[in-house]
Design a protein around this ligand. Sequence first.
Ligand SMILES: *Cc1c(COP(=O)(O)O)cnc(C)c1O
Length: 429
Amino acid sequence: MPCKPEQKNIKEPTVTALPTTLEEARARDARDPLRTSRDQFHIPADTIYLDGNSLGCMPKATAARLRQVVEQEWAEGLIRSWNDADWINLPQRVGARIAPLIGAEPDEVLMTDSTSINLYKLAAAAVRMQPGRRRIITEPGNFPTDRYILQGLADSLQEQPELVTLPAEQIADAIDEDTALVMLTHVHYKSGRLHDMAAITQQARACGALMLWDLSHSAGALPVDLNGCGADMAVGCGYKYLNGGPGAPAFAWVAKRHHERLNQPIWGWFGHASPFAMSDDYVPAEGLRQVLTGTTAVLGASALETGLVLFADIDMAVLRRKSQQLTQQFIEAVERRCPKAGFELASPRDPEMRGSQVSFHHPEGYAIMQALIDRGVIGDFRAPDIIRFGMAPLYVGFEDIHNAVEILGDIMDYRHWDDPRYRQRNAVT
Ligand SMILES: *Cc1c(COP(=O)(O)O)cnc(C)c1O
């Protein structure tokens, strides 16, 4: 069949010689090319922060920048700051800073809204661009909002598309001439498993399906090449590896070849051709700006912009290499230090198949994570039994990994987790 091309598998060298002692870990940190990045972040005292995949650390510059935005641009400048402080162009300006991290052109990325909302807009636009095709393919166990958004979209359409949910390994083969859209999260939020973006995208395009990637756990964590892969659309999150702060705006990417035909469903004045003409009828802006709907959250956008500045001089290949080393060091150390504690690796063992996180199954995962947090090692728990550790390479070091596993070993050896306090479920896990 013409729509089933050969799959290519490009392998990079794997990870070798990782530190196994505190001294080796410190020596590795000392020659880490990214070591100066860590100083740009506020890391709370007595904390090993392994949750940057959920909420990135605060860049030190962000506090000062927000003070300036609040006290000068807002308090003094007031409405004038839309022009004087260029608030009006924040979506494009911040989008352009995200572009090089994801293999995009500067005018193909907009910072706006949340990941959920952007997903809705782009998925709806994609379906509209594919009349006559009935299937939307996604995978089970995808991040809940991604699934809910697609379910809600399907529910809202008069001619309801068929939402097809298939395990990762079956997706490429299932894409066919009836597929309107394939929507996948590049790095799985629980396991950290990485999809072969190039191969799946190629398969989708060969069948005329549109490919929409969620880069929430990829942007800022590993190099992504959307244009190189020929992808169509993408969304991603600002508060994880991009360090934009809690609830930071998200981003939307659409390949330039689609800008003219794009028609997203949430028409608002910021996406209008001339917002301040205040006309009665909607006329979409040219280019990607029509993806905007309403007023930018200026404080959140300013924080995200400050976080992104820290990526300006980062070589993403160097960052990826460090990330693979940190995750590999963590896996090997846990298995060496706690061989009988009942941890089962939930992430791919091959670093080429893994994002910047490591997850383990454990029946007592919730209590173990609470005990870890009590000892200053912050990761998180994902139901039913996964403990998850994110290694943000800009500020996590090899010594952190070594020390975190020592503390975990201690908690397991002495059953510190086996305490009623640690079984009390919080609202956010
Ligand atoms: C974090 C994350 C989101 C977040 O969506 P919000 O709209 O910001 O709440 C969406 N999708 C994936 C895959 C995520 O990891």
